[in-house]
Design a protein around this ligand. Structure first.
Ligand SMILES: Cc1ncc(COP(=O)(O)O)c(C=O)c1O
Length: 326
């Protein structure tokens, strides 16, 4: 079901499952801030678990160590176009009777062992904001195979109104049965989304080809680790993120690329270290060594479907220039 953002989709999902005060939800700190904020929106507590190095997604051992009697849900995140270790996380969720909501905002179209992201967790959300593979400017969606949750997210999306006929075409009085918001996607935006959806496979293919080119050129630098999807993981490269083990070198490369007018950015700095979370939760309550290490090493560099050979070469040459001068 379409929503007006990935964040409202997350928020609505947590309302639909009825989470609130005294409930805890396990989330990564290595994510966009709204993964954790959505838990706060409903008055529940986000509990940060650590990530694994292979997928940058939640680590099952860390998840297990955070589960207590108040834990109700796990929200893993599929980083930059590739799934987290979703099947093992699902197993942990099942064994502990927890709801599994996949924050797949960044990974529409990717799959693991042939299973599409969005078809594995109890519920998954997507985002269509400006930097996503499919964008409508702003937008989001929720997918679930639960009829009960589907009916709730439909009510939450639009004022708690039972719409059997499109509201703006309906001359009869409406029934309001739930507390709802206006989190609808506009029909204009949805039309844009549908036209993008038809091109999704093509867009992904172009991204994958560009990623292949960049990886083949960049893997010759011993200082760089290029993305390396584990076997069975289909990466759609919403982000093309390299790793540089020394954070000072990473920061200098970022500055060098900025001087060369090339956009690069750290996705993500840990959520638990943002000012807002530090003020709300003492940082010593979290022990997240892999999250803190990875966030010191990652740098996302440009990759987009219609990137020309000249642009790719300019990027690789600029990186090469940096390493030759250091
Ligand atoms: C992992 C993740 N979760 C949630 C969101 C929120 O989506 P939106 O920006 O559409 O609200 C984003 C997108 O920025 C994201 O990358």
């Amino acid at each position: 079901m379409e929503y007006n953002s990935g964040t409202s989709a997350l928020h609505a999902s947590l309302i639909a499952y009825g989470f609130g005060p005294n409930d805890e939800v396990i989330v990564p700190s290595f994510s966009f801030i709204s993964t954790a904020n959505s838990v706060l929106f409903v008055g529940a507590k986000p509990t940060f678990a650590d990530i694994e190095e292979t997928t940058f997604g939640l680590d099952t051992n860390s998840i297990k160590s955070k589960i207590n009697k108040n834990t109700k849900c796990i929200i893993p995140m599929d980083y930059g176009g590739m799934s987290c270790n979703i099947f093992e996380i699902k197993e942990v969720a099942r064994k502990n009777n927890l709801v599994l909501i996949d924050d797949s905002a960044e990974s529409l179209g990717s799959s693991v062992n042939g299973k599409k992201i969005g078809s594995i967790a109890d519920l998954s959300i997507f985002s269509f904001c400006g930097n996503k593979v499919l964008t409508t400017g702003e937008g989001g969606a929720i997918v679930t195979d639960s009829k009960e949750i589907y009916e709730k997210i439909k009510l939450i999306r639009s004022h708690g109104r039972v719409d059997t006929v499109a509201y703006f075409d309906n001359s009869s009085e409406s029934q309001y049965t739930y507390l709802g918001y206006n989190w609808r996607m506009s029909t204009l935006t949805a039309a844009l989304g549908i036209s993008q959806l038809q091109k999704l496979d093509k867009i992904i293919k172009m991204r994958q080809e560009n990623a292949k080119y960049l990886s083949s050129r960049l893997s010759k630098f011993s200082q760089i680790k290029v993305p390396n999807p584990p076997s069975g993981y289909d990466h759609i490269y919403q982000l093309y993120t390299i790793r540089i083990s020394d954070s000072k070198t990473r920061d200098k490369l970022h500055e060098h690329l900025t001087r060369k007018k090339i956009f690069s950015r750290v996705y993500f700095s840990p959520i638990h270290l943002t000012q807002f979370y530090k003020e709300r939760f003492p940082t010593d309550s979290w022990v997240l060594p892999v999250t803190e290490k990875i966030s010191q090493q990652v740098l996302t560099i440009p990759l987009y479907p219609n990137m020309t050979l000249e642009e790719k070469e300019y990027l690789v040459d600029s990186i090469s220039e940096f390493f030759e001068s250091t």
